[in-house]
Ligand binder design. Structure first.
Ligand SMILES: [Zn+2]
Length: 345
């Protein structure tokens, strides 16, 4: 089959990988319909995080082609959403909500396991990993939104859940990338009254407002902190959501968190939490990689009934043959998030 192959930094190309087949009775083979490029793929692409040569990509939706004898939750012909990791949902860590630490789990597109950016994927632990999408004849818009449940929308939701967003809250979202925008949408879902988006890009501000942002702050650093404090009467945000991971954005997220609150952190950290500052203000933090498989069912229902449309973050589109363009568009900041059209329903 054809699949994206990571050769090394700034070198992604389409090549031949072995056709996936059933190896374990718990496997399924999924023919990929839509895939996309994650912000973390970009870290690999830029050589800022290591990635093994070979398969890449962990966000995809597709159609089940074949299932192993022990897979009963989906059948050939079903449209399914795959979370970005596979997990058994029955080990002590999965049962405790930390699917990333599943004792039998693993990552798609890690060099050897098939990646979402390819024509087909062997899905281990398919019965507990894949989420079947009910109904048929879904619109293009719905399919794009379903794709975001694989990772980015689940991650934005995790930021809001980790930050403890409650009805009536004032939420501040640091980061206007696809995750930050998703965190805005997630905060609105959870009933936030006021959502302050820290964003300086007009096209991202538009999506932020569409997703529920009530205020936009273009300043950065101390000026951004001052602006949030002024907007909140000197108190700070009830929930501050860190969706970037740089040292500067982490500093801002903690500076604007009100005393006694929890910072929701989902940006892969490339900086440190200011422990003493947090300690003396009784500010905590929660977060990490999202347990997407746990969140997908409730988000999926709202995508299907049109309540949320997270697919708006996918603002660039290409096909598998041009997968390298999907990366360069994001690398050059021409795209918020790139969609790769791989197959049809
Ligand atoms: Zn597990």
């Amino acid at each position: 089959m054809q699949a994206a192959i990571f050769r090394g930094p700034r070198h992604i190309e389409v090549g031949e990988r072995p056709d996936p087949g059933i190896q374990e009775p718990t496997d399924a083979v999924v023919r990929v319909v839509l895939a996309c490029v994650c912000g973390s793929d970009l870290w690999y692409y830029r050589g800022e995080s290591p990635h093994a040569a070979g398969s890449i990509g962990h966000e995809f939706i597709g159609v089940v082609e074949e299932t192993g004898a022990e897979v009963s939750s989906s059948a050939p012909g079903d449209l399914v959403v795959a979370p970005f990791i596979y997990s058994d949902m029955s080990c002590p860590h999965c049962l405790n909500g930390s699917t990333l630490s599943c004792v039998r789990g693993g990552s798609f597109g890690n060099g050897t396991i098939d990646g979402g950016q390819g024509q087909a994927v062997r899905v281990p632990l398919a019965g507990s990993t894949l989420v079947r999408v009910p109904g048929e004849g879904h619109s293009e818009q719905t399919l794009r939104s379903l794709l975001t449940l694989s990772d980015v929308m689940a991650t934005g939701h995790h930021a809001a859940v980790s930050g403890g967003v409650r009805p009536g809250d004032t939420v501040a979202v640091v980061g206007d990338g696809a995750v930050g925008l998703s965190a805005i949408l997630a905060s609105r879902r959870l009933g936030a009254d006021r959502i302050i988006a820290l964003s300086r890009h007009p096209e991202r501000q538009m999506i932020a407002k569409e997703f529920g942002a009530t205020d936009i702050i273009e300043a950065r650093g101390e000026a951004a902190t001052e602006a949030v404090m002024e907007m909140t009467g000197g108190i700070g945000a009830d929930a501050s959501l860190e969706c970037v991971g740089t040292a500067a954005s982490i500093a801002t997220a903690f500076a604007i968190a009100r005393p006694g609150s929890t910072v929701g952190m989902v940006g892969v950290p490339h900086g440190d939490v200011p422990v003493a500052q947090a300690f003396f203000r009784n500010v905590g933090w929660r977060g990490g990689p999202a347990p997407a498989r746990i969140y997908i069912p409730e988000l999926l229902d709202e995508v299907l009934d049109g309540t949320i449309n997270p697919g708006l973050v996918l603002d660039y589109e290409t096909d598998l043959e041009h997968v390298a363009d999907a990366y360069t568009a994001m690398d050059e900041r021409r795209a918020i998030k790139s969609l790769i059209r791989v197959g049809s329903l």
